[in-house]
Write a protein that binds this ligand. Structure first.
Ligand code: ADP
Ligand code: MG
Length: 540
């Protein structure tokens, strides 16, 4: 297209385009997966928005249509989805919504070529994959509920133009003018193979135009509704990668059908690795809610925040197809599903914890997230404390229950030490008195560790106590000072207090230390030292 308003890509997009086009070249075919996924997402969106805005109603037979034209060397992917307004075209296809290009580039460099294509899904940059195969891309779109259409047009080199266009119905056409060496993607057979491989489970019909007609290309089956015996591992993994935007193999796959008071089918996955930039901003579960196979929403918070790493689908019979957002918030059905699904995942974790080595991998990836639940979910606090694993001064990694079983005669509390650095914490002076007496201490280095022990309070009747507040306890395990030592301290301590003045509230003698001369301790009941540092850092 010529003319129209010219807009520069944000600098980030410019660099990103370069990265996508070059780093993913060995797997060019995934451009189609990304464009078809976008088309299906837009159709889902329109269906959902139509529930509250009749003007957006989907046409009968909505689908995703792929049309290759060998003579014109052009490939068009069309949908009946929500479409984009002029502003949305500029925003969605001209800036980067989620993560920065720098971070994306760094991640690309860390992964093997065959793993890279998954990253573009994670970073929300799938559309730009079109420029791997096309020298020029036009997007003609009409927002559902409006009668204006716009054309976005770019060669992926620095700028795009926007100009008025026409489109009979709402929806979007992505028109690719193919590169010389991308002819294979104009072949209907090749396209069909790609759709089968990457998009078979998409619920909307996907057709490929060949020999004068549109031919169905995807099975469109809801994988989770099939009996487990009819589903292969490969299909499960591929589906997991589709819903999660991850590219690893799941650590756990849970597939079950619940009947009785509540009827639903769930297919859930626990990732095998920690996705890049996982879960720091978004704390809500993204598990997808379907009603009778139809996708409804991925923000129904189907799992608590401390299970937000779980991916997958819950499909229920117990809600109407036209369920609205308001209804989702009010219905007790979701509460019941949430509870059943949460308990099921916890059971799975308990079972898998029996294999300590495998569980250690899981805990390394998601333990810090699960521990958030000990802090903020009273209902599951005790269960989660039972699932937690901690490094300890005596035992490698341990559970709280095993710690309690090993406690010394007369030991009343579970001792822990918090700090930022897992490498230096075991050498902390705070530990000396405990080590010397063979008293085990848990070493906690996640930020959330400064918060949950106080909330949990006790485990199996034993209170959790920071070593920085526990000097008094040690005295139970040691001989009192000799008369000579006492006499020395009687002159030394007042002199030290004089010298330090108000910087400390008290200077006292202790046999906690073995090789260090002094240690800073928090006064009896005050907050733990590490917590004090954190609070100070956040300005509180
Ligand atoms: P993501 O899909 O992860 O958000 P993409 O780069 O694939 O990232 O797409 C960017 C955005 O462009 C989408 O979020 C969506 O808002 C918009 N978009 C892309 N394709 C379409 C389409 N066919 N119909 C409507 N909107 C689309
Ligand atoms: Mg996308």
């Amino acid at each position: 297209a010529t003319g129209g308003e010219e807009h520069a890509f944000s600098a980030e997009v410019g660099r990103l385009l370069d990265l996508v086009v070059h780093a993913l070249y060995s797997e060019r075919e995934i451009f189609l997966r990304e464009l078809v996924a976008n088309a299906a997402d837009a159709t889902d969106r329109r269906r959902f928005e139509a529930l509250t805005d009749a003007a957006q109603a989907l046409p009968e037979g909505a689908k995703v249509r792929i049309e290759p034209d060998k003579d014109a060397r052009r490939l068009t992917i069309s949908d009946d989805g929500a479409g984009m307004s002029k502003d949305e075209l500029a925003r969605n296809l001209g800036t980067i919504a989620r993560s920065g290009t720098r971070a994306f580039g760094e991640e690309l460099a860390k992964h093997k070529p065959e793993e890279r294509s998954g990253l573009i899904g994670q970073f929300g940059v799938g559309f730009y994959a079109a420029f791997m195969v096309a020298e020029h891309v036009d997007v003609v779109s009409r927002r559902a509920g409006t009668d204006e259409a716009w054309r976005w047009s770019s060669d992926g080199k620095g700028s795009f133009t926007l100009s008025p266009a026409t489109r009979e119905q709402p929806g979007t056409d992505i028109i690719l003018y193919m590169k010389e060496d991308a002819d294979e993607f104009l072949d209907a057979w090749r396209l069909e193979a790609i759709v089968r491989k990457w998009a078979d489970h998409i619920a909307w019909p996907i057709t490929i135009h060949s020999d004068g007609e549109d031919k169905a290309a995807n099975a469109g089956t809801a994988l989770w509704r099939k009996p487990r015996s009819e589903v292969t591992e490969e299909q499960l993994t591929e589906f997991y990668r589709h819903v999660s935007h991850n590219f690893d193999t799941p650590w756990a796959t849970l597939h079950w059908h619940a009947e009785g008071t509540i009827d639903f089918t769930a297919l859930l996955f626990i990732p095998g690795s920690r996705p890049f930039e996982f879960g720091e901003q978004v704390r809500e579960s993204r598990v997808r809610l379907h009603v009778r196979r139809m996708f409804i929403t991925d923000d129904a918070a189907l799992l608590p925040p401390w299970l937000r790493f779980v991916q997958g689908v819950v499909d229920t019979e117990d809600l109407p197809l036209n369920v609205s957002r308001e209804m989702l918030q009010a219905t007790p059905v979701l509460q019941r599903i949430r509870k059943a699904v949460t308990n099921r995942v916890l059971n799975e974790l308990r079972n898998r914890a029996k294999d300590a080595e495998s569980y250690a991998g899981f805990w390394d990836n998601f333990g810090p997230v699960v521990k958030e639940g000990i802090w903020d979910d009273a209902e599951y606090r005790t269960d989660l404390a039972g699932l937690a694993r901690f490094p300890s001064t005596e035992e490698g990694w341990t559970t709280l229950a095993d710690y309690v079983a090993r406690m010394k005669d007369g030991q009343e509390a579970i001792y822990y030490l918090t700090g930022d650095n897992p490498d230096t914490l075991p050498a902390s002076a705070q530990l000396e008195g405990f080590k010397a007496r063979g008293i085990e201490v848990l070493l906690l280095t996640d930020p959330v560790d400064s918060f949950w022990p106080d909330r949990l309070g006790t485990f199996e009747g034993k209170s959790l106590r920071s070593v920085s507040q526990s000097h008094a306890d040690l005295e139970k395990f040691e001989a009192p000072l000799s008369e000579g030592e006492k006499a020395e301290l009687d002159t030394l301590l007042p002199a030290l207090k004089d010298a330090l003045g108000d910087a400390v509230s008290e200077v006292r003698g202790s046999t906690r230390l073995v090789s260090s001369a002094v240690v800073l301790a928090s006064a009896g009941q005050g907050p733990d030292l590490q917590l004090q540092r954190l609070l100070r850092r956040s300005g509180q």
